[in-house]
Design a binder for this molecule. Structure first.
Ligand SMILES: C[S@@+](CC[C@H](N)C(=O)[O-])C[C@H]1O[C@@H](n2cnc3c(N)ncnc32)[C@H](O)[C@@H]1O
Length: 461
């Protein structure tokens, strides 16, 4: 691997005796890993070996997984390199917290945060780039979390609507990506001498907005995948100077380094942050800091606009009409063994049915990909369940399940129907399951399971 001359010079200066080992580390093979998903039933029932756990992430394992596997497609596994997995761990997520992941696609941290929330509290996950936000939405849908709102906005726009609100904010910042050179050598193409300083300017802009949204006493988790001091310790130094924040020490496991005080005016506090160097640690390059807001209260108070179901014309959502209410309740009764949602927590956006409790913030005028959890869609006097609903239920939620073989699953995800020649079931909606993994809803009509696998997700194995 040929590094830019300025990059080499910079790190020879910064790392001194450790520089040769640093460059050598960047030439070795990237480490692969994945996480399992406790939101799923029997979540360790997967074909991948779980004999090599990542020591600091209870759901993490070394090894690679295929994006076309049943396990990935049903959200049982998520491929993520081991350093990136430490960020959400550092955030120490507790169920019921209200969390913002401001720079979220493709969703490595958000999927981990959502599984830790365990469907309690709320995750607002945001990605500014429309295409990447779509990928984020697909990954969130697979993991089966019901308490996630997916926005596609600039941090500025969100901060205009929601202030002093979130318990925790993750800023996994767009950065110069030096820590990814080994995994993705193409990342080097964008690098030039001034690139880290340019990225730092953008990082300060994003953080300025993030700080407006953090509630007093809340926590900011800042991370990058770069080694550049301008984007790491010096950003933290800037935060400490400009806001009432204090660093919370991060536990260091084998091979993890502390941040370098020398990179930020010799501030000894930097020891509380963590640096992950590929030549010291089994993972890619990363930097993580955890900061706590010291304010007890704020003068302006919390600003979130609660939704007002009566002001129909101004809202994203509207109430269900009588027919829609009946269609949903009939479907729920026919399909599930218990009530899945409180009817008061359901709203319509156009013809789509969403779970969106009234305690969640009003996202009117913000661009979104998914304004809450999509339950299904109303179509000419009938209700059709959403693909994501199947991924969010367990076998104990329904007796209407049909088990299919691996071959039938492969056939189905490529867009085909399944013919049930030997199995006798009544016509209607069923959850489909393969090897214990529920993978979608289908309508059985006279022995044929119609294909409801989303067209945009279809693939051949
Ligand atoms: C390091 S990546 C995020 C990775 C993600 N957290 C994960 O774990 O999968 C940074 C993201 O920030 C987004 N981004 C770029 N400019 C931004 C801006 N001005 N404000 C917010 N996000 C931005 C990028 O599109 C990119 O998806």
């Amino acid at each position: 691997m040929k590094f830019p001359v300025d990059f080499k010079e910079k790190y020879i200066n910064l790392l001194g005796d450790d520089a040769p080992a640093f460059f050598e580390g960047l030439q070795t093979e990237a480490i692969k890993a994945f996480r399992v998903n406790p939101l799923k039933e029997n979540y360790k029932n997967i074909e991948y070996p779980l004999d090599s756990p990542v020591p600091y992430v209870s759901t993490g394992y070394y090894g690679s997984v295929s994006g076309k596997s049943l396990e990935h497609q049903t959200g049982y596994v998520y491929s993520q390199e081991p350093s990136a997995m430490y960020v959400a761990e550092v955030g120490d997520i507790q169920p019921n917290e209200v969390i913002l992941d401001l720079c979220a696609a493709p969703g490595g941290k958000s999927t981990q945060i959502a599984t830790k929330l365990d469907n309690k509290g709320l995750l607002v996950t945001n990605e500014i780039n429309r295409k990447r936000a779509g990928i984020l939405a697909e990954n969130i849908e697979r993991i089966g979390a019901k308490n996630v709102v997916i926005l596609n906005e600039s941090p500025q726009k969100i901060a205009q609507k929601i202030t002093n609100y979130f318990d925790k904010i993750f800023v996994d910042a767009p950065c110069s990506g030096e820590g990814m050179f080994r995994k993705d050598p193409d990342a080097m193409k964008y690098w030039h001498k001034d690139y880290p300083a340019e990225c730092a300017t953008r990082q300060r802009e994003i953080l300025t907005e993030a700080m407006k949204m953090l509630k007093p006493g809340g926590e900011l988790i800042y991370s990058t995948c770069t080694f550049a001091p301008e984007e790491d310790e010096q950003i933290i130094e800037w935060l400490l100077k400009n806001y009432e924040l204090e660093l919370v020490p991060i536990k260091k496991y084998d091979g993890m380094d502390s941040g370098f005080p020398a990179f930020a005016d010799n501030n000894p506090e930097m020891e509380k942050t963590v640096r992950l160097f590929p030549h010291h640690f089994k993972g890619e390059g990363h930097f993580i800091a955890r900061l706590k807001d010291k304010r007890e209260s704020v003068n302006s108070g919390v600003k979130i606009e609660k939704r007002n179901k009566k002001k129909k014309e101004k809202l994203v959502f509207r109430n269900l009409n009588k027919e829609e209410t009946k269609l949903w309740i009939d479907f729920e009764n026919a399909t599930f063994s218990h009530q899945l949602f409180d009817i008061g927590d359901l709203s319509c956006w156009g013809d789509k049915l969403f779970y969106y409790p009234s305690s969640w913030p009003n996202i009117q005028n913000l661009k979104f990909i998914k304004p809450g959890f999509q339950v299904g869609v109303f179509k000419k006097r009938r209700f059709e369940p959403a693909y994501g609903l199947a991924l969010a239920i367990k076998s104990t939620d329904t007796q209407k399940i049909i088990d299919v073989t691996q071959d039938e699953w492969e056939n189905y995800v490529s867009g085909n129907i399944i013919s049930l020649t030997e199995r006798k079931s009544k016509n209607g909606w069923y959850a489909l399951r393969c090897n214990g993994h529920i993978f979608g809803f289908s309508k059985l009509v006279n022995g044929t399971l119609k294909n409801f696998f989303p067209k945009g997700l279809r693939f051949n194995r």
